[in-house]
Design a protein around this ligand. Structure first.
Ligand SMILES: [Zn+2]
Length: 262
């Protein structure tokens, strides 16, 4: 059976790799090994699934080292600076992994990253916490945040903070991301929100955040065959005719978006 992951079709523009190489030289050197070890680690998970063995023996070989090297590269290139948290580091790694994949690298590597960052989120956060301080030191102290318009473009956000709730899950108003209820867990810690883990479907979507705050999620208000939802840009309440899927243009700021209502 072949499955298509929701991010699988993403490809970078031809000129983006040159930009990436120029703006992020240390990261460019570290990424191939990071991807190589994740590809091997993913084979180990598949073996576990097929034969029911505990964690594959090859899983950790090299991955943690490659992660440390990439972490140092992130400090060197200014994507991470001092006082950045483990969650921020996971977010940076997620964007780098997605972009590296978009340059034509292996899907299997991304699937391991999904398993690591979403399904084993607590473990990933602990690992990053353990290595952050040391990496900053090894990089010779933080260099300050890289401010480059090209990088903002290359590593542009892949999700918004305007989500809607339906009877089956969560959707992003501004990006084509849908996450089923079984793939998230509602939690009060560290903040009220939803931990995104994909543990039910294993259909990792590397465009999705690992955590969505409750106050970023709106349940459409339905009244007399009308639906009321707020604009993802200016928050103005907008009203439309009730359909399962609606397209709304905000009368205030003219943002247009599509969403489901149930
Ligand atoms: Zn608006």
């Amino acid at each position: 059976m072949s499955t298509t992951y929701p991010f699988e079709h993403i490809r970078a523009q031809p000129q983006e790799f040159a930009l990436f190489k120029k703006a992020l030289p240390s990261i460019t050197v570290a990424m191939p090994e990071f991807f190589r070890t994740m590809e091997i680690a993913n084979k180990s998970i598949q073996q576990k699934n097929m034969f029911g063995n505990p964690l594959g023996i090859r899983q950790d070989l090299g991955f943690e080292n490659a992660l440390k090297v990439l972490l140092i590269a992130c400090f060197n290139d200014g994507l991470l600076t001092d006082r950045d948290t483990a969650i921020k580091a996971i977010e940076v790694f997620r964007l780098l992994t997605l972009k590296w994949y978009a340059f034509g690298n292996k899907l299997d590597s991304c699937l391991y990253f999904g398993y690591f960052a979403y399904s084993c989120h607590a473990h990933a956060a602990a690992l990053f916490n353990g290595h952050l301080k040391q990496s900053e030191f090894l990089a010779g102290g933080a260099k300050g945040r890289l401010h480059e318009p090209d990088i903002a473009q290359l590593l542009a956000p892949t999700y918004s903070n305007a989500w809607y709730k339906t009877s089956t899950g969560l959707g992003d108003k501004l990006h084509p991301i849908a996450i089923a209820d079984a793939d998230i867990t509602k939690t009060g810690l560290p903040r009220p929100g939803y931990q995104v883990h994909f543990r039910h479907s294993n259909m990792f979507d590397l465009r999705a955040p690992t955590f969505i705050e409750t106050d970023q999620v709106e349940t459409p208000l339905i009244r007399d065959a009308k639906v009321i939802v707020s604009c993802p840009t200016c928050k103005q309440k907008c009203r439309g005719n009730l359909f399962k899927q609606i397209e709304i243009t905000c009368p205030g700021c003219k943002t247009t978006w599509k969403q489901f209502t149930s």
